[in-house]
Design a binder for this molecule. Sequence first.
Ligand code: UDP
Length: 440
Amino acid sequence: MSRRINRVATVSVHTSPLDQPGTGDAGGMNVYIVEVAKRLAARGVEVDIFTRATCRAMPPVIELAPGVLVRNVVAGPFEELDKTELPRHLCGFTSGILRVEAAHDPGHYDLLHTHYWLSGQAGWAAKQRWGVPLVHSMHTMAKVKNAALAEGDKAEPVERVLGEEQVVASSDQLIANTDKEARELVELYGADPARVATVSPGVDLSLFRPESPLLARGAGLLPHRTGPARRRLGLPRDAYVLLFVGRIQPLKAPDVLLRAVARMLDDDPALRAKLVVAVVGGPSGSGRCRPEGLQNLAAELGITDVMRFEPPSPQEELADWYRAADVTVVPSHSESFGLVAVESQACGTPVVASRVGGLCTAVADGESGVLIPGHDPADYAAVLRRLYAEPGLHARLARGAVRHGQSFGWDATVDDLLEVYTGAMSIPAVRVAAPAEVSA
Ligand code: UDP
């Protein structure tokens, strides 16, 4: 018989659940960890989230929500470190986690859920010490990322590949965001298919919903786009608004949207009076895809007058951006899921995205948006012009977007995760492989 799960240790070494998503290393994973932890706690499962302390003034323990504690473990300097520098502080981080557990009665944690390979490495050691199951979510995988590098993007190092292989070999359960990711875990990392479960991430359906009750019911045309969100954001009622949301980095390819816009304006100069292109998010990594690099690109392309660059925003404000936009564009080179795409659809705004990774699940091609193979700006320009010229098509996709987007909720994610957790508690633990057994 399986034991009840009372307390989960969640590990997120390289980015804190308290960070603002949409900039630096904070993105969908942070949102995932916070939303899942809050809902687990509401169901009586307490969650301690371990992260690396990046500020001396930060207390060691912060209550994020009732039943959810953030534990700031001191390991390495009190400053943001590049992910490539974190492996050398993992030993200190892991011993910090072990010390916290040792201060409690034995059996304080029932299960470990680690996020991203660096956390998996810490979980690998803690699992053996505590004798609890290790559940791991990759979020992104070096082998997948390296196969789809954007120009100017650095390849993920072999240390990460090896580290990921070790974590896969040591985990009792692996969580994939999509069936495609589950297959990649098996085919690229040699994961045991019996230990891989697909659990779809979600969106906060109380926040991400259409402005118009008519659209929410799947009826009507598009009255929401002339509603309060546009007024609040100072956008003209009759504008054609294209939106990019996310970390500004080569992998997310916001430059493809800018180049597509330049093409649209070349083909139809009259559109300039109507078009607004909003980019919401902050820098992540280096290179020309930083916000200032994008602003320079906009100037080079002669489209500065249609652009609005906005800093990373809380999700309440993002919901307004999604509702105010006609189309959200997600031209990423690689995406393990793409929460932005689902949030936009849940607000009734269709998505034009690249046909990669999790976006093939996050967007229902032809029903809630359009998936485009490759990253040729001309292809994006053609689809975006068509959606402008054909309001009937746009309205149909907007209705489909609500249906598809609203089918992803965090409560369903937590239902599925609890099932995986319960399963992990009742199956024999994997024998942890010695590093030499893991293939290079
Ligand atoms: N996000 C945010 N504010 C911003 C930009 C993004 O809160 O200004 C959030 C967004 O709502 C989404 C997450 O960051 O939940 C990005 O997740 P996604 O899966 O799209 O991309 P990732 O960052 O994980 O690559």
